[in-house]
Design a binder for this molecule. Structure first.
Ligand code: HEC
Length: 500
């Protein structure tokens, strides 16, 4: 569509420019014709104003037969030279004939009823003269004479008094149209010129058209490319979006499966632990019960060696029993089966009860325990009393178990970060090797080969850790191997104490 408009515009412009060139050429021909006319007219007017001009008679200057009736047509000078009167038409005619090359465009005096038949008007001129007589100031036309084209212009020759000197006898009066001056401009040169202009025009317009067309094409192609590029980008985006969606679905599914798997594994573990505890505890109770009974040696027939074995059986059974209990406990805590009952708790009392529970062990290892909290003003805690006791007993018994013979245990207490209260239990002893400190709260963790004699499951600390977390507290430890080990934990203070 744009190409069509462009083509039409250029063609239109070309036609218009050609039209202008044509007009210009024609105007030039006309101007040349008028110039020629005026020049001749000036010459004729001048000759007329002198009533003709006397020239010496010689070849081409003959007394005019058409002026025989004129007074003093021929004059003889004193020296005997013969002069004759030459009329304006003849003067211009002679100049034209003799200096044709210089003269250029030629005009011609014509009449429908000429004195000189040479001046007889041709068909076009006769018709034009008719129009001049009826008052037209001029008649022009582009016509052919023979096979050549001409611009023709004719203007009237109106009789003045001066003209009548020679033309009066023809019956003309002042104001009559005596005839006309015709000018014929051959169009060949102008046509050649016009052709050149047209060719130039054609060339420049073609170039313009081609350039414009190329521009249009380039623009169009770019437009198409742009559209294609945009489409491609859109497609790519859609594809990316779709694949992303698929990916998200896949990942979600994988996550879901993993979660389901984890949940199933957890449930299975809990079930396994629960049933294992039950299956194990029943026969174990029999072992403990009967070995206990045998230890009494009611019949008195057991040897010392046998009694030692039975004591061993009883001890191991009891140990296994507490181990199973702890495993069960941990399983319950981890599966969220254990509930805690938050209450306002007097931690100082719970602490002293827990110390008492450990007294036999303290005495056995001759360990001195210093409770720095005994007379302290400890705020009430928002926690579960039984769980707190469990935590205390466990940490204190650990502090004794992993202590040297005749070692020390120190229990301290202090406020911690906002609304938390901290207890720390420090013991002397070998401590925890640095490389194992990061697994201290993991289940079934037992310290060093030397501790195999120490009674315990290795999951006590795991349980304590879980319980503290459950109670909204925190637990940590620090240990310098060979010197001291401190476990501290902190729990929320009961709201009643906030203002205090
Ligand atoms: C001195 C005399 C003389 C005067 C003045 C004169 N003419 Fe002529 N004219 C002639 C003669 C003679 C011819 C004819 C023959 C020729 O071509 O030699 C002629 C030719 C013509 C013709 C051409 C037709 C024809 O009859 O052959 C016209 C038209 C014409 N004259 C117009 C005029 C006009 C208009 C004036 C005044 C402005 C004028 N003449 C003044 C002598 C004169």
């Amino acid at each position: 569509m744009l190409a069509f408009i462009w083509t039409a515009s250029v063609v239109g412009l070309f036609v218009w420019n050609n039209h202008l060139a044509q007009n210009q050429t024609n105007e030039m021909a006309r101007q040349d014709a008028i110039n020629a006319f005026n020049k001749d007219q000036a010459l004729r007017s001048w000759a007329t104003s002198h009533g003709g001009v006397y020239l010496e008679v010689r070849k081409n200057v003959e007394p005019s037969p058409y002026m025989e009736h004129i007074f003093e047509r021929d004059v003889i000078t004193d020296s005997g030279r013969l002069l004759t009167l030459v009329n304006p038409a003849a003067i211009v005619g002679q100049i034209m004939d003799e200096y044709a090359d210089l003269y250029g465009v030629q005009g011609r005096l014509v009449s429908a009823t000429p004195l000189n038949p040479r001046n007889e008007a041709d068909t076009w001129e006769v018709e034009a003269l008719g129009r001049l007589e009826t008052g037209s100031p001029e008649v022009t036309a582009f016509t052919h004479i023979g096979d050549k084209s001409y611009y023709r212009l004719i203007r009237p020759m109106v009789a003045t008094q001066a003209c009548l000197k020679c033309h009066g006898f023809q019956g003309y009066e002042v104001g009559d149209v005596l005839g006309g001056v015709g000018v014929q401009v051959p169009m060949a040169t102008y046509e050649a010129r016009f052709a050149t202009l047209t060719n130039g025009n054609a060339l420049s317009h073609s170039l313009t058209w081609i350039l414009g067309f190329i521009g249009l094409m380039a623009w169009h192609v770019r437009g198409i490319r742009g559209v294609r590029a945009r489409q491609a980008a859109r497609d790519e985006l859609t594809e990316a979006y779709n694949s992303l969606e698929i990916l998200v679905k896949e990942r979600t599914e994988q996550l879901y499966q993993a979660k389901k798997g984890a949940e199933a594994a957890n449930t299975a573990k809990s079930k396994f632990l629960a049933s294992m505890s039950h299956e194990l505890r029943t026969p174990l109770n029999a072992i403990i019960g009967f070995s206990d009974l045998m230890q009494l040696n009611l019949d008195g027939n057991l040897t010392k060696e046998q009694q030692d074995y039975i004591a061993d059986i009883h001890f191991s059974g009891t140990h296994l029993h507490s181990l199973i209990n702890e495993i069960l406990e941990l399983a319950k805590i981890e599966s969220g089966e254990i509930r805690v009952h938050i209450d306002t708790v007097n931690a100082r009392d719970v602490l002293s009860q827990s110390i008492s529970a450990n007294t036999p062990m303290l005495e056995k290892k001759n360990i001195s325990l210093k409770n720095a909290c005994a007379d302290m003003d400890i705020p009430l805690l928002a926690t579960d009393e039984n769980r707190l006791r469990q935590i205390f007993i466990n940490l204190i018994s650990n502090a004794i178990k992993y202590n040297d013979q005749d070692g020390d245990v120190v229990i301290e207490s202090q406020p911690s970060v906002e609304n938390m209260w901290r207890f720390s239990i420090t013991n002397t002893g070998p401590g925890i090797p640095t490389e194992r400190q990061n697994e201290i709260f993991m289940p079934f963790h037992r310290l060093s080969e030397n501790t195999h004699k120490i009674e315990g499951s290795g999951i006590g600390l795991t349980i304590v850790h879980q319980l503290v977390m459950r109670l909204g507290g925190d637990i940590e430890f620090s240990s310098t191997p060979g010197e001291t080990t401190t476990f501290w934990f902190e729990l929320p203070i009961a709201e009643e104490n906030y203002s205090a």
